[in-house]
Design a protein around this ligand. Structure first.
Ligand SMILES: [Zn+2]
Length: 270
């Protein structure tokens, strides 16, 4: 599944091709993805100029004066910018045509992605009540400490809560907790301020590194320039249950926490 780094990589790849371009038409090859595609996409979007390509959590917003198409890649979605006459492939569901002669083409075999509409000046329901962006200054150790007081949930579950911070999925939570030396099972409300400072720094470093590498997880993710966006990442904990801890050599533990597979070192992470 595309995680925050893949979505940010997609945003950075798309922006130079979309920003400043006018939408000349929209082709929907089916009426829905995960949800029905709203009529505004074919009615209001054509004629609008894309001012900015923005990301919030794992959503992409193509901002225009009238409103913004709101895209999510779901489990298997990908976006490419192509010459308008490029032959279709299976699962090419949507084309947004641009005055450059190119199209933004949305492909999604499993159709857990979405294409919705956020009217100008409004915040879509899906974007309300989201926590801060992990790479923003609003997210730091002091914030995590304050937010976690009296929280009895395991710290890993707390860190993956989108109301606490967006975009820290299972892989990145496991890796950040390993880097910070915090047991994923520890109660969120019983982690000290100092250790939350280390955890916030680890989240920023790991996500930043993954973005620099161009995303990590989806094998068939195609970056906007056509190159595979999947890069083998050197994961320390995630997916390595039973293997030696990279730090102390003892076998890594594996168990389910909050119904998510979790791997950690019971010696290095307390
Ligand atoms: Zn260890």
């Amino acid at each position: 599944m595309p995680e925050l780094p893949e979505v940010e990589t997609t945003r950075r790849g798309l922006a130079p091709h979309l920003e400043g371009r006018r939408v000349t038409g929209v082709v929907l090859r089916r009426p829905d993805l995960r949800w029905p595609i709203p009529y505004d996409i074919v009615d209001t979007l054509p004629g609008q100029r894309i001012e900015q390509v923005r990301r919030r959590a794992k959503y992409l917003l193509l901002e225009t004066a009238a409103g913004s198409p709101l895209l999510h890649l779901g489990m298997s979605g990908s976006l490419r910018v192509l010459p308008a006459d490029t032959p279709l492939r299976a699962h090419d569901h949507v084309d947004i045509a641009l005055d450059s002669g190119q199209v933004l083409r949305f492909n999604d075999p499993r159709r857990f992605g979405c294409l919705l509409w956020q009217p100008a000046g409004q915040t879509h329901d899906l974007l309300r009540n989201l926590g801060p962006e992990p790479l923003s200054d609003d997210f730091d150790g002091d914030y995590l400490f304050a937010r976690s007081r009296k929280r009895g949930a395991p710290v890993k579950t707390f860190l993956m809560d989108q109301k606490v911070v967006v975009g820290v999925g299972n892989i990145y939570a496991a890796e950040a907790l390993f880097a910070a030396g915090i047991s994923p099972l520890r109660e969120a409300g019983r982690v000290s301020r100092e250790r939350y400072v280390a955890l916030a720094q680890a989240v920023k470093a790991i996500l930043g590194h993954a973005i620099d590498r161009g995303g990590t997880t989806l094998r068939d993710f195609i970056s906007p320039d056509g190159a595979p966006g999947y890069f083998e990442q050197e994961l320390s904990a995630y997916g390595r249950g039973g293997e030696p801890c990279p730090r102390c050599g003892r076998p890594l533990k594996q168990a389910s926490i909050g119904q998510r597979a979790s791997v950690w070192c019971a010696h290095c992470q307390r």
